[in-house]
Design a protein around this ligand. Structure first.
Ligand code: IVH
Length: 696
């Protein structure tokens, strides 16, 4: 063993503090400071040191989250206090009746009772026990009395602190803390995980709740560690000694101080009016939260009142769950159509008997690919369960086999492109079948042109979907470069076009000729090269020539670019027709100012922005990508440090919080205008103070 000098001991302590702090800022404060790459670098450094000096390893080191495989099953764990369930309310009247019952028992005016309201998270309930500040036990709910001990798996969640944070002015952590909460998987994490599973032909989960529960019951914590799970606390079952907290909301604040994440949507309200209003507002925002909730949980906030109310059977009298409409419904699969995407990918789309799912009528859902159809064993005519959540495209998740009609038909995956009749090919290792027609296929051509002229690419104003269809169908446009040779006279002869609109389009095409390298790269529609990656490539290489001639290693040196994206880039620039298209575009007058690339990059460096409510001209993800491309960080909640809040219609608690904290607020129009200004900034105009990020 190599001797350890004090310097190294200090470095280990610093790295651990930084890593724990990064998790705390990310999961509890929602105000991240380290990038993923910086986090990983520190973790690797700590691993290196600990490997060379095993005497420095401690059980609660951030490197020790992933332990050994459980030899057999999970130990039975008895809960010190039972984990209860909740009664349900389904409408305003039932909420009002709950408030009235509570008030009557407490002999209070219903309008004076204070409630703590939170989302009802749709995941797996767990209990965590900390002794002297260290996580010593973690268990599932089980039957409420005994659950399964899954500590090794729970330790892999970065949102669960292995040791509680020390509180200012406290000599020691509380001797005992039992906090209960839900382990959930975000929509994004869930989709990415299932997408991988579909590609690798492993288990696909029907919904984030099953995925969370299944991931927690893996015998090998290394598997759990790869699953995008998050913990959010909702109840303090034991706290010794307590700090004299008088309410549930105070206990939740105490948890935050100890480093335990709790819901950011928690609000304290008064009376039935406050409760109903909270449930309504939360319901409106349900689709934008990014994770599944199945309702709201309303709790009497005052702990003495909670004790006075007590329990009936297996549920407390002081709480109720307000249930939202289900995100899963069943309907009939009427037919399957095959759509051709921009890169030729063939997606089977289920045409459904329209059904209302959580407030939205759904008549189409994706079936992903041929393997998914086989996995589901679905036939045309079947009754199917479909699921819609947030912005995610509705999906068919299950077949109700008992309901299969006698005339149910097999779904036949086409062998030739339904649009251009080219052969459909499926490369080894790829889940998607693709039309081999390339730009010969009018579906691919249309999609490529839509992408090319879209707002975030070359931003050709006035070139709508219908017009693109007409141009392609009349063979007036075969490649993007042809757009720039259209004249007003030809355009005016097309359906729904007049002289004025034709002249406008020619003018906007002319304007679109002057772009930026990042936009140009994005516009080319290279597989997996999104806006942020395109901007990184432009910044990194500076010129198109340098990018086009870059080797694999040079490409992989760019932020965001891994082996797969590098391979797509290489393939794209090797194909003669792509190179021809690029030359044709340049010949048609496309220009960008290469000197601008570097300087335009990051006027918002060092700032943290928050987006809330709905935006009309872009999705929130698009807004986020544009802010990030300008150097900003985008967080999920408002703090004093937030540089600016963008609030669309439906903005709720974040807007109130921003106004309270004096954080500047922009509406969508203001936001769009600022973005345009910043994105057009000339070279050398860093008009914001640059906060240099420290590096390891
Ligand atoms: S409080 C005694 N709060 O809902 C009160 N439960 O039917 C205990 N759940 O299995 C529960 N979000 O896993 C509470 N914010 C929240 C919750 C929540 C989800 C789940 C919980 C429990 C079930 C109760």
């Amino acid at each position: 063993m190599t001797p350890v000098d004090a310097c190294l001991t200090d470095e280990v302590a610093r790295l651990r503090a930084e890593l724990n702090d990064a998790n705390h800022r990310y999961y509890v404060l929602d105000d991240p400071t380290l990038t993923d790459a910086d986090y990983d670098r520190r973790l690797r450094r700590l691993q290196q040191i600990e490997q060379a000096h095993p005497q420095l390893v401690t059980e609660d080191s951030p490197t020790m989250r992933v332990g050994a495989k459980a030899a057999e099953g999970f130990p039975e764990t008895t809960h010190a206090l039972p984990m209860l369930s909740l009664d349900n309310a389904f409408d305003d009247d039932e909420l009002t009746a709950f408030v009235a019952r509570v008030a009557e028992r407490l002999e209070l005016d219903p309008d004076g009772v204070v409630f703590s309201c939170e989302p009802k998270l749709d995941g797996a309930a767990v209990s965590l026990v900390y002794e002297q500040g260290r996580l010593v036990s973690g268990a599932t709910r089980g039957d409420g009395r005994t659950g399964e001990g899954i500590l090794s798996n729970l330790r892999t969640l970065r949102s669960i602190p292995l040791t509680l944070r020390s509180e200012p002015e406290a000599a020691a952590p509380p001797a005992l803390v039992e906090v209960r909460g839900e382990v959930i998987m975000s929509h994004q994490g869930f989709e990415a995980m299932n997408e991988r599973a579909r590609e690798q032909d492993t288990k696909v989960f029907a919904n984030p709740r099953n995925a969370a529960a299944g991931s927690l019951r893996q015998l090998d914590p290394r598997v759990t560690a790869t699953r995008p799970l998050e913990f959010s606390g909702y109840q303090v079952a034991r706290l010794e000694p307590d700090g004299g907290e008088a309410s549930h909301s105070e206990l939740m604040r105490r948890m935050v101080a100890l480093g335990v994440p709790v819901s950011r949507e928690l609000e304290v309200v008064t009376g039935a009016g406050g409760v109903i209003d909270y449930c309504r507002r939360l319901g409106e925002r349900r689709d934008g939260l990014g994770y599944d909730i199945d309702g709201a949980v309303i709790k009497v906030d005052d702990l003495r009142q909670q004790r006075e109310l007590g329990f009936v059977a297996r549920a407390p009298r002081w709480a109720i769950a307000f249930k939202f409409p289900a995100q899963e419904q069943t309907t009939r699969l009427n037919d399957v159509e095959f759509q051709v995407g921009r890169t030729g990918a063939i997606t089977p789309v289920a045409r459904l008997a329209p059904v209302s799912v959580a407030g939205v009528t759904v008549s189409n859902a994706t079936l992903h690919n041929a393997d998914e159809i086989a996995r589901l064993g679905v036939k045309i005519g079947d009754r199917v369960a479909i699921r819609r959540a947030g912005d995610v495209i509705p999906q068919v998740v299950r077949v109700i086999e008992e309901d299969r009609p006698e005339d149910a038909r097999e779904i036949v995956f086409p062998e030739r492109c339904p649009v251009c009749d080219s052969e459909i090919e499926r490369l080894v290792g790829e889940a998607k079948a693709r039309c081999s027609g390339g730009l010969f296929c009018s579906a691919q051509r249309k999609e490529a042109l839509k992408h090319f002229s879209s707002r975030r690419a070359l931003d050709v104003d006035g070139l709508g979907v219908k017009l693109i269809d007409a141009l392609v169908e009349r063979e007036l446009v075969k490649s993007p470069a042809d757009l720039f040779h259209l004249d007003a006279e030809t355009l005016a002869g097309l359906p729904r076009m007049a002289e004025k609109s034709a002249a406008n389009l020619v003018a906007s095409l002319d304007k679109a000729r002057h772009t930026t390298l990042g936009r140009f790269i994005f516009a080319l529609g290279i597989r997996e090269v999104g806006e942020a990656t395109a901007a990184n490539l432009a910044r990194h290489f500076g010129t198109l020539e340098a990018l086009m001639s870059a080797e694999r290693e040079a490409l992989e040196a760019v932020d965001d670019v891994g082996p797969i994206v590098a391979a797509h880039l290489e393939t794209f620039f090797k194909q003669a027709h792509n190179v021809e298209t690029i030359h044709a575009l340049i010949d048609a007058g496309l220009r960008w100012d290469e000197a601008k690339v570097e300087a335009r990059a990051t006027p918002l460096e060092g700032q943290t922005w928050v987006l809330t409510g709905t935006l009309e001209s872009m999705t929130r993800d698009q807004g986020k990508a544009r802010l990030q491309a300008l150097g900003a960080k985008v967080a999920g909640s408002v703090s004093k440090k937030t540089a600016c809040l963008v609030a669309g219609p439906g903005a709720g608690s974040k807007l109130a919080k921003a106004e309270q904290a004096g954080v500047p607020v922009l509406d969508e129009a203001g936001f769009v205008q600022r973005l345009a200004e910043w994105e057009a900034l000339p070279a050398d105009t860093p008009d914001q103070p640059q906060d240099a990020e420290e590096d390891a």
